[in-house]
Design a protein around this ligand. Structure first.
Ligand SMILES: Cc1cc2nc3c(=O)[nH]c(=O)nc-3n(C[C@H](O)[C@H](O)[C@H](O)COP(=O)(O)OP(=O)(O)OC[C@H]3O[C@@H](n4cnc5c(N)ncnc54)[C@H](O)[C@@H]3O)c2cc1C
Ligand code: FES
Length: 282
């Protein structure tokens, strides 16, 4: 059992938790994730390592309540325990001194973007972070990004905070203005990552995306997480989750993510009936 030792709500339906998991903390690297199972009847879901502390033996996760398991995790409090935490999983993000690096993170991709930004900065890169959210209420980790970025650009889709528009608008402007960029990393909604890849392809800038397909075991045993990259089928949990964004079939990834929509809706309905709570907006 893995005890929750800290919990905070960062934004509506977005929660941060700190979990005691010494072995994971000891081996964690930026870009890696864990697969968790809340209890013996629970499903396994992947969540990315936001931060970790080897000495304290803790890991930090940030998750958005989007369905049954993440809503249920949101009801766990400090002192409660998660049955299984498996990890660290996946290949760590490749970090080197590229020169000028831009990290484009959208929504709940921000925790992953943060750990990569921090590592790129520590490797000597000049790092420009672009973080985007739907609205002001959903802005998370702004201070954390500022600490590890040379420049930070924040966008909201509706313009309720800082710059109105999408992260991709800012990226386009940056490149159109002639800024020299050597490397781009992107994580967030699939549509956003696809757009980032389309933009940087024109400039020939090396671009990596952290993919989020459905996962089950997370150790390469089943292929649920398969994605097509450069015409080859690969398992994201072991070969990724980071891939050359110019080679990824993003349309296929989108289709596969929507495969269980009806089952997910029913699971959420049953969960809410059992809890007898009502959730607006789902
Ligand atoms: C490598 C990786 C890292 C991730 N890191 C984070 C993170 O740090 N924070 C965060 O909020 N989310 C993260 N996700 C997404 C997270 O796993 C899903 O939001 C979660 O599984 C949803 O489960 P649910 O039961 O709450 O919702 P459901 O209603 O079951 O699903 C909602 C949507 O989530 C996706 N999803 C469902 N089951 C899975 C699954 N087993 N694996 C992957 N996606 C699934 C599907 O697109 C689905 O339509 C990550 C996904 C991957 C693959
Ligand atoms: S989740 Fe089963 S192989 Fe990747």
């Amino acid at each position: 059992m893995f005890e929750i030792v800290g919990k905070r709500e960062l934004a509506p339906n977005i929660k941060w938790i700190k979990v005691k998991a010494p072995l994971v903390a000891r081996n964690a690297k930026p870009g890696q994730f864990v697969v968790i199972r809340l209890h013996e009847k629970g499903e396994r879901i992947p969540l990315t390592l936001f931060r970790w502390d080897k000495d304290e033996g803790t890991i930090e996760l940030v998750f958005q309540e989007v369905g049954k398991t993440t809503y249920e995790l949101g009801t766990y409090e400090v002192g409660d325990a998660i049955a299984d935490v498996v990890g660290p999983l996946g290949r760590p993000t490749h970090i080197e001194n590229f020169g000028t690096a831009v990290v484009v993170s959208g929504g709940v991709g921000a925790p992953i973007g943060y750990s990569v930004t921090k590592a790129l900065k520590e490797a000597g890169n000049y790092v420009i972070s672009i973080i985007g959210f739907r609205n002001k209420q959903l802005v998370i980790l702004e201070d954390e990004f500022r600490e590890v970025s040379d420049e930070l650009l924040v966008t909201t889709d509706d313009g309720s905070y800082v710059r109105k528009g999408f992260t991709t608008d800012v990226l386009s402007e940056l490149l159109e203005s002639g800024r020299n960029v050597d490397y781009v990393f992107t994580v967030g909604p699939v549509i956003m990552m696809k757009k980032v890849a389309d933009i940087t392809r024109k400039y020939g800038i090396k671009t990596y995306a952290s993919l989020n397909p459905i996962m089950v075991d997370g150790t390469g045993m089943c292929g649920a997480c398969r994605v097509t990259v450069g015409g080859q089928v690969v398992f994201a949990c072991v070969a990724g989750p980071d891939f050359d964004a110019h080679q990824v079939d993003f349309d296929e990834l989108l289709k596969r993510l929507a495969m269980y929509r009806e089952e997910e809706r029913l699971a959420m309905e049953r969960f809410l009936q059992m809890r007898q709570v009502s959730v607006v907006g789902r």
